[in-house]
Design a binder for this molecule. Structure first.
Ligand SMILES: [Fe+2]
Length: 314
C-alpha cells in the first residue's frame, strides 16, 4: 500500500534568474499571472487552482513538483515518512499547508492541501462540426483568434533518473501512482520508461500524471499542461514561433496516452508541453508492457529528436 494516493498534481517549481523574462515566456505559452512577489512568480491556468507553475528567483534549476493531497489526514500520514518535513503553513500566495519530501535524485516534492481556489477563467471555444454530429455549431459563426494558447491545468511531469528503479518506486510508494504503460528495450526486464497515473479508484484520470525515464543523468525532462483543445495548441504554436522561442518537438500525436502534443523550451531550456485529448483510465485498467521502437511511434508527426530524448534540466 502506498503512503497516500495523491489527488492531483498541483504545480511545478522552477528557479530562473529573471522573473520578467519568465513571465513573458509563460504568458506567451498560455498561462495567466496569479501573483508575483519580489522573489517569485505564480502562474495559473483557466481552471480554479490558485497557481500551477511557480518560478523562484535564482540560478536556473528544477526545484521540484507539488501534488494536492485528498485531505489533511494524508498530510499527517506523509509527514511521518523518514526525511519528511513537519506539516507547515505555506508562506506564499495561495496559502495552504504542506509537507516537503526529497525524492531519490534530490528534488523536492511538496504535498499540499488547502491552497486557495480562484474563479475559473471562462474560455469560449467552438463546438466542432465533424464526425457523427455536424450540427454541434449549427447557425453559429465562430472565428478563433490568434494569440497564446489557453492553458487549462497542470497535466503531468516527466523525470529522467539515473536511479530509475529507485525513483519510480519511490514516487509510486509515496504518492500512489499506478502504472499505465511501461516501455522496455532489448530484454523485457530492461524497462526504459514508465507512464503512471493517479489512483482515484473508479474515477477516470489522465493516462499519465508522471512519466519516469531511465537516463545517464537525473533531472526534469518536461512539465506538461493541458490546453483548451487541439486548435488552441496550433494557434499557440504559431504564437510561440512568432516570438522566436525554441521549439523542441511536435506537432504530433502520442501513441501511449494518445495526446495531441507540442513542446517548447523556456529561455533557460526547460521544456514545457502543450497537449489536448488524452486517453483516460481508471484503477481497473491493467498495466501494459510494450517494446520501444516503431510499435510505440505515434500515428503521425516526426520521431522524437535525440536532443529532446536525452534531455534533463538539472
Ligand atoms: Fe508529456
Amino acid at each position: 500500500m502506498p503512503v497516500i494516493k495523491a489527488f492531483d498534481l498541483a504545480y511545478g517549481r522552477l528557479r530562473s534568474p529573471d522573473l520578467d523574462k519568465a513571465e513573458e515566456f509563460l504568458t506567451d505559452f498560455g498561462m495567466v499571472r496569479a501573483d508575483r512577489t519580489k522573489t517569485a512568480l505564480y502562474m495559473r491556468g483557466t481552471d480554479a487552482p490558485h497557481h500551477i507553475h511557480v518560478t523562484e528567483l535564482g540560478e536556473p534549476r528544477y526545484v521540484g513538483i507539488a501534488v494536492h493531497a485528498a485531505g489533511m489526514e494524508d498530510l499527517d500520514r506523509i509527514s511521518r515518512v523518514a526525511g519528511a518535513s513537519a506539516i507547515e503553513d505555506i508562506d506564499e500566495p495561495g496559502g495552504g499547508r504542506r509537507v516537503r519530501l526529497t525524492d531519490p535524485d534530490g528534488y523536492q516534492v511538496e504535498v499540499v492541501h488547502g491552497m486557495a481556489a480562484l474563479e475559473p477563467i471562462p474560455v469560449n471555444r467552438p463546438a466542432v462540426n465533424s464526425g457523427g454530429d455536424k450540427l454541434r455549431r449549427k447557425g453559429e459563426l465562430f472565428r478563433i483568434e490568434r494569440g497564446p494558447s489557453h492553458i487549462k491545468r497542470f497535466g503531468h511531469f516527466v523525470i529522467m533518473s539515473k536511479n530509475f528503479e529507485k525513483t519510480l518506486g519511490w514516487y509510486r510508494e509515496m504518492l500512489g501512482f499506478r502504472c499505465s504503460d511501461e516501455v522496455y528495450e532489448g530484454e523485457r526486464s530492461h524497462v526504459v520508461g514508465s507512464f503512471n497515473r493517479l489512483d482515484r479508484g473508479d474515477e477516470y484520470v489522465d493516462h499519465h500524471a508522471f512519466f519516469c525515464i531511465r537516463g545517464e543523468k537525473s533531472g526534469l525532462n518536461h512539465l506538461s499542461f493541458e490546453a483548451a483543445d487541439i486548435d488552441d495548441i496550433l494557434v499557440g504554436h504559431e504564437h510561440l514561433q512568432g516570438k522566436g522561442y525554441k521549439h523542441m518537438w511536435g506537432l504530433g500525436r502520442h501513441k501511449l496516452g494518445s495526446q495531441f502534443f507540442d513542446y517548447w523550451a523556456d529561455p533557460w531550456g526547460r521544456v514545457h508541453e502543450h497537449w489536448a485529448d488524452t486517453d483516460v483510465l481508471n484503477a481497473r485498467t491493467p498495466p501494459n508492457f510494450v517494446e520501444r521502437g516503431p510499435a510505440i511511434a505515434g500515428p503521425w508527426g516526426q520521431p522524437i529528436p535525440e536532443v529532446f530524448r536525452g534531455h534533463a534540466s538539472p
